[in-house]
Design a protein around this ligand. Structure first.
Ligand SMILES: Cc1cc2nc3c(=O)[nH]c(=O)nc-3n(C[C@H](O)[C@H](O)[C@H](O)COP(=O)(O)O)c2cc1C
Length: 303
């Protein structure tokens, strides 16, 4: 028997596979299709203080081995989340990580204050890095001092694990990881989407209404692996690796370069049960190699 559990700060995941923010709704849309209790965890769609309609269409385009999106953090807002969703999430037998995004630093604080009153949340993921919103978003995540300040301010408001989701759209992502580690973050998620653009040559217009969007899927996997590796060499806190994971073998690559857990995003749009298959595949890989625990894979890259 392989011990599949992994610790992210005080949060113990039953296995290292978590579904990524924005790709699994609030966990409720697929309950008839997927046995979510077999997942390590669910990261909910980014929540903002007020509900958001997001950006106008077209806001999703398929690209060569990937997807470009400019959803713009469309979400029901924190109050409706508390009223309509939290009670259901509480009943699921998997870890619930609530992802939050603010237009201002104060909004991150308000979000935590509102959510702290309610049972059923195991950890927070702080999205400082959405490339598709005018306010906040990348304007925060590409500034190291602002990213550190958001971490410092939310750290004071909760004892729950704080996971900061970093953007790859910076020169040295490890500097950001070091900064948030210094402010008490329990873990980092590496990476959010890369800024991308596609053009329709018939109309000579950008394919997305917002011109640029966030690139995800297999196209970004080698970039994501390099970022996880860079961060792994710089910090001691756990890394949750993501970017283009489509199967268990991709996930094992992330663990070998230093990720303690992984998130699966775009792949959920092809198969909402893919996370379960990835968790099984990682366990089988460890069993085949006679590893007692999946954490033995973390950073086991041979150079
Ligand atoms: C349609 C879509 C919506 C997303 N929405 C969010 C979001 O609300 N918050 C967030 O932190 N990341 C969001 N992401 C980014 C993913 O969580 C993930 O970081 C990224 O897609 C890379 O992983 P992947 O290649 O496995 O998809 C979104 C991605 C997609 C494709």
């Amino acid at each position: 028997m392989v011990d599949t559990t992994v610790n992210i700060g005080s949060l113990k995941l039953k296995n290292p596979v978590v579904v990524a923010s924005g790709t699994f709704g609030y966990g409720d849309e697929v309950l008839d299709l997927v046995n979510v209790s077999l997942l390590g965890g669910i990261v909910t769609k980014s929540l903002t203080l007020k509900p958001r309609d997001g950006n106008p269409p077209p806001r999703i385009v398929e690209t060569a081995s990937g997807m470009l999106n400019s959803i713009g953090l469309a979400n029901i807002g924190v109050k409706k989340f508390i009223e309509d969703k939290i009670h259901l999430l509480r009943k699921l037998d998997t870890s619930i990580i609530v992802n939050i995004a603010g237009n201002t630093i104060e909004e991150y604080e308000e979000l935590i204050i509102l959510l702290e009153d309610h049972a059923g949340i195991d950890a927070y993921e702080i999205n400082v890095s959405c490339p598709n919103v005018k306010e906040g978003g990348l304007a925060f995540g590409t500034k190291c001092d602002t990213t550190a300040e958001i971490t410092r301010r939310v750290r004071k408001l909760t004892k729950k694990p704080i996971i900061v989701k970093l953007t790859p759209n910076v020169t040295r992502i490890a500097e950001f990881a070091v900064a948030v580690e210094g402010e008490g973050a329990d873990a980092v998620s590496v990476i959010n989407t890369l800024v991308g653009l596609t053009v329709d040559v018939k109309t000579q217009k950008p394919k997305l209404s917002t011109v640029t969007g966030g690139l995800s899927g297999p196209a970004i996997k080698p970039v994501a692996l390099a970022k996880v590796y860079e961060v792994y060499k710089s910090v001691k806190i756990p890394i949750i690796g993501l970017g283009g994971i489509m199967n268990w073998s991709d996930a094992v690559e992330f663990m070998l370069v230093g990720a303690r857990a992984v998130q699966v995003g775009t792949a959920n749009f092809i198969d909402p049960a893919v996370g379960l298959k990835i968790a099984d595949g990682i366990e089988q890989y460890c069993a085949d190699r006679k590893l007692a625990q999946v954490v033995d894979l973390v950073g086991a890259l041979k150079i």
